[in-house]
Ligand binder design. Sequence first.
Ligand code: GLY
Length: 288
Amino acid sequence: MRALVLVHGGAGHVPEARRAEHVEGCVAAARAGQAALRAGESALAAAVVAVEVMENDARYNAGTGGSLTSDGTLELAAAVMEGRARRAGAVAALPPFPHPIRIALALLEAEGPVMLAGGGAARWAAAHGFVRSDSMITARARERLARWREGRVRGVWAGGTVGAVALAHGTVAAATSTGGTVGKPPGRVGDSPIVGAGTWADDASAAVSCTGVGEPILRVGLARTAADRVAELGAQGAAEAALGQLEEHGGEAGLILVAPDGTVGIARNTTTMSWALCHADGTEESGC
Ligand code: GLY
């Protein structure tokens, strides 16, 4: 039975000189997912472990190194979803906890609320053993906010969101984690934690993780839109068609997708989107 994990390191405009290291981080994350698959773990476990690696990696806009709000604070968001029963868990506007994706997974497993936000999410996480950390703001994130305050960031910058989709034991799963857009107003929620917008998984269609500026993605419901077109257009065709629909709404984004038959889609309309694909059988591909 086919098993694979496909990871992205965010749609954006990574300069040529930094592209190799951006891909390198994706490969490391995808290999962690691959090890989980080889150990017989689920698609959901593989997607989560891959995203967790990237939340630890300050090169990406998720977990440690996430973008800061206009107040200079860290508000994180993450979602997970599995395709068999469409179980999902998500956190939004979460104060700094090292692994928002693990909190999202704990919510999925608890089978209570699908999403918690802000102080309520923090309280739930603390009550379930997660420990808040106030040392997750990096110098690079502070510099990016300073550039944004000086008007030196082009448009709304949301690069570096991370995500993974996986297939194992005939079921698909998706996981997405982000610091959101730089200089966002406190309390703003983008697409990443919203089921159907930034994250989606359904064994009848596909698992999808999106990246890019959240507002147009929310308006299009990009992840679900892409999944719904897989039967008609195939995995790659569906990813490209959904992105075409997003462009009609002025969106800048990327997405990765895996269908239950193991076909994948990778599409972006930004200059770059680092990605890596690892199969349980050992084959690997990557790009940017
Ligand atoms: N896609 C990340 C965000 O807009 O928050």
